[in-house]
Design a protein around this ligand. Sequence first.
Ligand code: PMP
Length: 382
Amino acid sequence: MSNLNPIYFDHVSSTPVHPEVLKTLQEFYPIHYANAEALHDGGKVIGTMVEASREQVAKLLKVKPEWVTFTSGATEANNAIIKGIAFANAHRGKHMITTSVEHSSVLDTYKQLEEDFGFEVTYLPVDSNGRIRPEDLKQALRPDTILVSIMHVNNEIGTVMPVETCVKIIRDHSKAYFHTDEVQAIGKVPFDLSYVDAASLSAHKINGVKGSGVMILKPGVKILSLISGGQQENGRRGGTANAIHNLLFGKTLRLALDDQQNHIASVTALNQRLRQHLRQMPNVVINSPETEVSPFILNFSVLNLTSEVLLNWFNAHGIYLSAQSTCNSKQHHPSITLSAMKVGTKRLNGALRVGLSALNTPDEIDRLVAVLQEGVAKYGRP
Ligand code: PMP
């Protein structure tokens, strides 16, 4: 372990809780323990605050409060949307479409529907920038396609997907619903939920608490509730709600969106600085695209070293980053996105993902580069 303060470059994986969110959490937790559904005043007070948070979320996302369901995170939201729509619409068709580079909470859900419930799933391929081609989507759509899921921003390399173009194609050529995973987009790139049928968000990626998310569902979307068992969340999600987390979501989102422009500006500068350094290093290839990309994610490969050696080296120097999606980090298979991009073995094995935030500094970027150069000089294959 390094004696220096750790440098955190894993903000794609999770982020520190915003001090204002933490303050409210600490203030509310000991006193607002009543069940938000209870009819006494204790319940009403917290219930009212949760509804205020729902209204705030709706206003900030430009949707209606009734479309907002609080969940335990985006993994639950993705599961609830995809399985819920699949089960409620199976009589219309059993074909579904997604991309080959989704987060595992989407990919594994589709695989389960395919393997255990007889649905047929088309996984759209990606180009060398990790981006799907709208023509492929057009060709894949069928009269029995009931749902298309396309993430807005890829969580491994940052590619922004052409979601608006895709929605037009879906509307013009099918009756399928459109779902998007907005987890890495909200607060990081411009978004517009007016054209989606369903979307998923997570609090801990935008300086909120873990175990907190939102699913957006437009009226008219036929969906089966994944969690039965109560009147909570308009019957869409049973179980005693984590009211404190739900009321914090509104504040978390407001803070993220209030500061969005400043965050984008400072992170873009950090991203450029890192790219400039990396471009000068032999044996380094930048995997994130140059354009149509989130500045918050910079993925690159060191061709003469493995990710594992580099991660250990960085960790020993107090620098935290990752090689791929953290939800797959212990499964010993290479990055889903880079595999789908069909990059060569060396690029696949030597990939690193830097998750930037406005809390990072130019000095930290320079330290990252210096430690990288040292590691390559020490361990790099000739
Ligand atoms: N989708 C994407 C794109 C993600 O990056 C993540 C976080 N790893 C998730 C979904 C899952 O979010 P949560 O941690 O809230 O379940």
